[in-house]
Design a protein around this ligand. Sequence first.
Ligand code: KG4
Ligand code: ZN
Length: 341
Amino acid sequence: MTRLLAIETSCDETAAAVVEDGRRILSSVVSTQAALHAPYGGVVPELASRHHLENICPVIEKAMADAGLGFPELDAVAVTQGPGLVGSLLVGLQAAKGIAFVHDKPLVPVHHLAGHLEAPALAHGDIPLPALALVVSGGHTSLFEVPGRGEYRLLGRTRDDAAGEAFDKVAKLLGLGYPGGPVIDRLAEGANDHAHEFTIARIKDGRPDFSFSGIKTAVLYHVKREGVTPVEDPAQATPEIRDLVASFQRAVVTALVRKLKQTAQQRRPRSLLLTGGVAANRRLRRDAARAAEELGLPLFVPPIALSTDNAAMIGAAAQVALEQGRRAGWDLNADPHLPLG
Ligand code: KG4
Ligand code: ZN
């Protein structure tokens, strides 16, 4: 039995979890800073690192207390090394190093996206491999092939904005607050998603890449041309705004699912994974489920608490890394652009 303490501070969630054998969550604590960054319509890196610093010790202490364990009982300490905001990553990294050093435990470095990629197995148990995974969050929109356990091969990614970033920016320009994804998801329900035709750039060079900066600009031009007035509060959203965000959401989700389906037809995986913060989107879940059915493949989507940033998924990925013999030295540094696959 292996018990890991995992720490995640790559963006605006301060998170710690204790995970047993990479499968059982003994505790998972997530302290989100969303309200702190809301007035700015996006994450302010300096504010994020300062708040990680204030929250990191109480979050770790709560994770240990909830698990009913003391540090000496741990088998390893895992931490997100990157990618992410460097000032935020460093807070988690230093905390992890401190605990591992004092208690003489192995230190396991984890790639943030490996965490997202292991979330479906953490939630549902062993996944039929090879799998094709769509990781879609505020910072990433990537297609990975998972040929074997702990193997991640990057097939495609966004060339500009991430899908979640597009949700956040469109929400911001309409006065709907931050993070924008959940609000747009809610406002779009029951609205006319065919009110506007927004097109998503199709990448023509054969790579399964994405591009979402064009649609954000298209929505901005529409708002200016039609004189749409931003609201003060999502509760004041007019039918015009609801139709607009529903049409935007349809375009983004259609592009994501189309690429997932096309790539699955080419790569012939045995399962599909949908993970990352935007995987919480109900339209995306519905459309991806339909595509999976048409392909005759099982689709694994973690529950929302494991889709958005959390440390339990980092613990699950760390278990795989630990079994593969990955250890970091005391010179481990944060890498804001750490590659995977
Ligand atoms: O994975 P995550 O928590 O953090 C990153 O690693 O980026 O993802 C956060 C992103 C934000 O852009 C947020 O707007 C988006 O996920 N998001 C959603 C929904 N819930 C969260 N986007 C669309 N629909 C949702 N229901
Ligand atoms: Zn993430």
